[in-house]
Design a protein around this ligand. Structure first.
Ligand SMILES: Cc1cc2nc3c(=O)[nH]c(=O)nc-3n(C[C@H](O)[C@H](O)[C@H](O)COP(=O)(O)OP(=O)(O)OC[C@H]3O[C@@H](n4cnc5c(N)ncnc54)[C@H](O)[C@@H]3O)c2cc1C
Length: 1027
């Protein structure tokens, strides 16, 4: 039973469409409007179970692991585009009834309450702890701004308010982490601010988190934000986005694009179409159904499958987005993996634990020594909040008028002491610069420390007997080899092992053991270590998640399936291999055309390509224009490796079923077994077996073929491979104990035309930024997929994160960057204590650059917003706004601010003179006529000059800043009043316009020459009802 084609016979299933098209109320759509839903911590388990039942009972979308030869014969189970309709229906269902209710209307002038999301009964330290944990769980440093946050906030936020901001941001993440079955809404986010002054900060934090996919991602329903009382101009016009590839990156991106626009109801959500070449979704996640046996161990709704591709979730803790999806939203059953139990030698005997440990330590020693040749990436420095305050859930509320960048500038120039009163300096309030943008203060595991000991001493400490001629201070000399161009990790490791044999005797058994670890490294990197970059092979180190590794019971594929269908079905079209992409490299707003092999052509505004790097290398998709040289070079430099598996299904287990894996040492393929070269070709063959009883419910073993053996498997027959695998097992467990398997499957990922390998690796010739280069978009062509995620490459979660990133980039290209209000911290007191009327504090619409540009109100989330409308409604809106702008012009522009920092005024005034002096000082000693002083030198000098000024000399500057501050305040007040007036006028003008016979129905009727399109009008009626 070696033929994978046999496995294509389909088992019983609930037809997908019956499940999907049944009662729409049945699917998991959690309550959305309950203010305290996150606090209640109801985990909506009924919905989760419904979801599960559906996910696990589907099995009519099967193909072989090497689907290219079989996919055509498979039923896709995915109807063409019914889903977009379902999508719309569900969207309306969630928003319209509310929108028409008096309650909804009363919410139009939204009252949001500070503190409402902070449980009063929770001690602040416990609240702080939960917030910190939630930030870590989102891959964010709870104590420091993300690089992007820093960039956006540095000119607007007082450096002392970083703590407040982080508290709010972490608080929003806490809400999400506590119940990711329900999306966090703006109202709840604002409730994370402890005071109404911070409302705008909360709005910013919320928008930033939403855009970046830190909250409200995955299989969660994001209801439309509150409906507006009137239309808004809509320039995005419902774009079409084609996502190529239905793996984790493609589905993650498509899912995010369909939900994230619900936060921005002023923009029509795009139509998202996923084109998948295979007859199934999931890509390199594929849980192949096992058909030879029925499982009695699995729950009724689970099915026996074996993982052909991704198998393991490498830790849920510390930021894995799969934690949210797999455990938080889908509540899938997982099996936590236990450590490797036994290594068996070639004669079948178990390897002595002591020897095993000694050799493993030697292997680690050599690997650590290679670490000193690693390329170290400089992490950007970002502003930090006060750790103690954040830990104890408290805000630092002082304001010294210095923004983050002013503070940094003054610190860099050594003039900070002059700017801040001694009191606040002494207290040490304020931000420091974060060393790195990592989700914690943990430091990279620094391998260099291990290399302090001379190699001979290290070996002795490990327990090896040194040769009698060896001195303890003898060490390895790897520098010369490391300096040679494109030296690989494998070159260095081999050399390290060889040099170690100068000091100690490494017999074949030790060599077999050593090479077992090499094989394991080759599994992790999907390549022979000789192909790995010495400086960058583990460039993602430090980003690892924590917690036990796990497998999903019933199959990993439940995850991509869930992304496809919850909360509503994505428009995924299978059996649509794409052959050509026309894109506009110069214009993110340009047009694109995607052509499939069957001749189908789809016009698109944007294209996201998520095909594996192996497919890009193969150049089976034509790009017009061709990809630029820099992109092509990165594609060819980065490695795309291979791992293959043999699945063996037995009637009865003959191995220790309480262990999840066991290992086999391999004979050398050539030589006497004393040299590294002897092992290279064969060390990866069946070096590890997974016991899959827990996840498949059947006695299943999966044997891995890593390194060169993975490539060998592509050309050998199933019969040869399975026979030699069984021969190895029989050596260990005895001839009679290992029967002929009832079912076998061999993967050949390199032959799979939709993969051409398994996952990416940093090849010897790769450059440090290659992953980022692969991720860079080209006009309206975006890139996602595991090979575009430098922080988590070669993984399922990395693929998913890359999809979120692409969605975020597309969102920004459609609606523009986050637009910050002039003042992030508003001094306002409302009539009722701690509640604030946002319509009063929000900066109104800023004047657009030109008519027709997207109008992005500052603090988009804080405006009452409307649901997506039909194109008629959009046109009606547009006509209304044309009239309004024609009558009263655009909103008053925000006034510019004059400087409020005395030193900066002084600096500006004296810069040229001071620079001249600094330049000439440089020229004199060096005798160089063109020598110039650097900016920092000039700043330092100005700082010194300022320090020497007397109070009287400083007084005029201090006085001017006071005057400026007053003038700024007056200008802002006047501007706000003008905005309020302008806003009022828009209502009046609108009423005039409507009275002129432009109520929606009248306008539609006029436009249609008297006739009314009833279908559209229905939408219009709903819309009018809420006006
Ligand atoms: C054997 C193996 C073991 C692995 N083990 C693990 C593990 O234990 N843990 C882990 O985290 N990760 C593991 N991975 C890696 C993980 O599976 C991938 O990183 C991840 O699934 C990649 O997702 P993706 O969306 O980037 O690409 P894919 O899942 O490959 O999705 C790309 C999609 O594009 C489609 N496509 C290709 N060409 C075309 C075309 N011309 N037109 C249309 N569609 C096309 C493909 O069919 C595919 O569905 C493993 C991978 C393999 C193969």
């Amino acid at each position: 039973m070696m033929d994978t084609e046999m496995d294509m016979s389909v088992g019983s299933s609930i037809p997908v469409d019956n499940v999907l098209m049944g009662d729409p109320n049945n699917h998991a759509s959690p309550p959305t409007n309950s203010k305290f839903k996150h606090e209640d911590a109801d985990d909506d388990s009924e919905n989760a179970h419904d979801m599960l039942r559906i996910l696990r009972s589907e099995d009519n979308d099967r193909d072989s692991p090497n689907s290219s030869m079989t996919s055509a014969s498979l039923i896709s189970g995915l109807p063409e585009s019914k889903s977009s309709g379902a999508n719309q229906a569900s969207r309306k269902k969630t928003s319209l009834p509310n929108a028409e209710s008096p309650l909804q209307r009363s919410k139009m002038v939204a009252k949001f309450r500070a503190k409402s999301s902070i449980p009063t009964k929770l001690p602040p330290t416990e609240y702080g702890r939960q917030c910190v944990a939630a930030a870590y769980a989102s891959r964010l440093n709870p104590y420091a701004l993300h690089e992007d946050e820093h960039h956006l906030l540095q000119e607007r936020l007082c450096h002392l308010h970083v703590t407040v901001y982080l508290n709010i941001r972490n608080g929003i993440l806490r809400l999400w982490a506590r119940n990711p079955n329900v999306s966090v809404n703006l109202e709840e986010a604002i409730g994370c601010a402890k005071d109404e002054r911070w409302t705008q900060l909360a709005c910013f934090a919320y928008e930033w988190l939403v855009r970046g996919g830190y909250i409200n991602f995955g299989c969660v329903e994001v209801p439309l934000s509150v409906k507006s009382t009137r239309g808004r101009r809509n320039e995005s016009g419902g774009q079409t986005i084609v996502v190529i590839g239905g793996g984790m990156a493609g589905l993650g991106c498509a899912r995010q694009l369909t939900s994230v626009f619900n936060h921005f109801p002023d923009h029509t959500p795009p139509r998202v179409v996923v084109l998948e070449g295979r007859g199934r979704i999931g890509g390199r996640i594929y849980s192949h159904p096992l058909t030879s046996k029925v499982s009695e161990d699995l729950a009724l709704h689970q099915r026996p499958t074996a993982e052909m591709g991704a198998h393991i979730i490498v830790g849920f803790e510390h930021g894995n987005p799969l934690d949210t999806i797999v455990r938080g939203q889908l509540a899938l059953d997982c099996h936590s993996l236990r450590d490797l139990s036994t290594l068996y030698d070639t004669d079948g005997s178990a390897v002595d634990e002591h020897q095993d440990t000694m050799v493993e330590r030697l292997y680690n020693d050599v690997l650590d020594r290679s670490g000193q040749y690693r390329y170290k990436r400089q992490k950007p420095r970002t502003a930090m909040g006060e750790k103690e305050m954040i830990d104890s859930g408290r805000d630092a509320t002082e304001d010294d008028g210095l923004t983050i960048s002013q503070y940094e500038e003054a610190t860099a120039s050594g003039t900070i002491d002059l700017l801040l009163p001694a009191k606040s300096r002494r207290r040490g309030v304020g931000h420091k610069a974060a060393k790195q943008d990592k989700p914690s203060e943990q430091v990279d595991t620094d391998m260099d420390t291990q290399t302090q000991l001379p190699a001979a001493t290290a070996a002795k400490e490990i327990g090896f007997h040194l040769k009698s001629t060896t001195r303890l201070d003898e060490s390895l000399d790897l520098d010369r080899l490391a300096a040679s161009p494109n030296a690989s990790l494998g070159d260095l490791l081999d050399e390290g092992v060889t040099q170690y044999t100068r000091f100690l005797e490494l017999r074949p058994k030790a060599m077999r053991l050593l090479n077992w670890h090499f094989a394991n490294l080759e599994y992790a990197n999907a390549a022979n270590v000789k192909r790995l970059s010495l400086s960058g092979w583990d460039q993602d180190s430090g980003n690892e998640f924590e917690g036990e590794h796990a497998q999903i019971i019933g199959g990993y594929q439940q995850v991509p399936r869930a992304l496809w269908r919850f909360p509503d079905k994505l428009d995924v079209r299978t059996n649509q291999p794409v052959s050509q992409i026309r894109y506009d490299p110069g214009d993110p707003g340009g047009r694109a055309t995607v052509t499939c092999e069957d001749g189908t052509v789809i016009e698109a505004d944007k294209v996201v390509i998520t095909v594996p790097l192996g497919v890009l290398k193969q150049q089976s998709i034509q790009f017009h224009p061709p990809l630029p040289q820099w992109k092509q070079a990165a594609i060819s430099r980065l490695g795309f490796g291979l791992l293959n598996k043999i699945v063996l299904v037995f009637d009865q287990p003959f191995w220790d079923v309480d262990r999840d894996m066991f290992g086999l040492l391999r004979e050398p393929r050539c030589g006497s077994g004393f040299a590294q070269d002897d092992y290279r070709a064969g060390r990866g063959q069946f070096y590890l077996f997974w016991n899959c009883i827990e996840t498949s419910g059947l006695p299943v073993l999966i044997a891995l073929m890593a390194g060169d053996s993975a490539h060998e498997a592509e050309t050998k027959s199933d019969h040869d491979l399975v026979s030699s695998c069984l021969a190895q097992l029989r050596k260990v467990f005895g001839e009679s104990s290992v029967p002929t398997p009832s079912e076998t499957i061999v993967t050949r990922w390199a032959s799979d035309r939709f993969a051409r390998g398994t996952y990416s690796f940093v090849a010897a010739e790769a450059e440090p930024q290659d992953y980022d280069t692969l991720a860079r978009s080209l006009g309206n062509l975006y890139f996602a997929g595991e090979a575009t995620c430098g922080s988590h490459p070669a993984t399922v979660h990395g693929a998913y994160l890359s999809g979120l990133r692409a969605a975020s980039d597309i969102l920004e290209s459609i609606i523009g960057p986050i637009s910050l209000p002039n003042r992030l911290v508003v001094e306002t007191k409302s009539s009722n204590g701690n509640s604030v009327d946002l319509s009063a504090v929000v900066t109104p619409v800023t004047a657009p650059k030109r008519k027709g540009d997207p109008v992005i109100p500052a603090g988009t989330f804080t405006r009452p917003v409307k649901e997506p409308t039909s194109s008629l409604q959009q046109d009606w809106d547009a006509a209304m706004w044309d009239y309004i702008y024609g009558a009263i012009g655009f909103a008053p522009p925000q006034p510019s601010k004059s400087g409020t920092n005395p030193f900066l005024l002084y600096q500006k005034e004296h810069w040229n003179a001071c620079k001249e002096r600094c330049d000439s000082k440089k020229r004199t000693p060096a005798g160089k006529v063109n020598a110039k002083a650097g900016r920092d030198e000039v700043r330092m000098e100005l700082g010194r000059m300022w320090k020497l000024l007397s109070d009287e000399e400083k007084a005029p500057y201090v006085e001017r800043t006071r005057t400026h501050k007053d003038a700024n305040d007056d200008a802002i007040m006047a501007w706000k009043a003008a905005c309020v007036e302008w806003d009022k006028r828009t209502w009046e003008v609108k009423d005039e316009w409507i009275k002129q016979g432009n109520a929606f129905e009248e306008w539609v009727s006029k436009r249609n020459g008297g006739g009314v399109d009833c279908g559209t009008l229905q939408g219009g009626k709903r819309y009018r009802a809420a006006l």
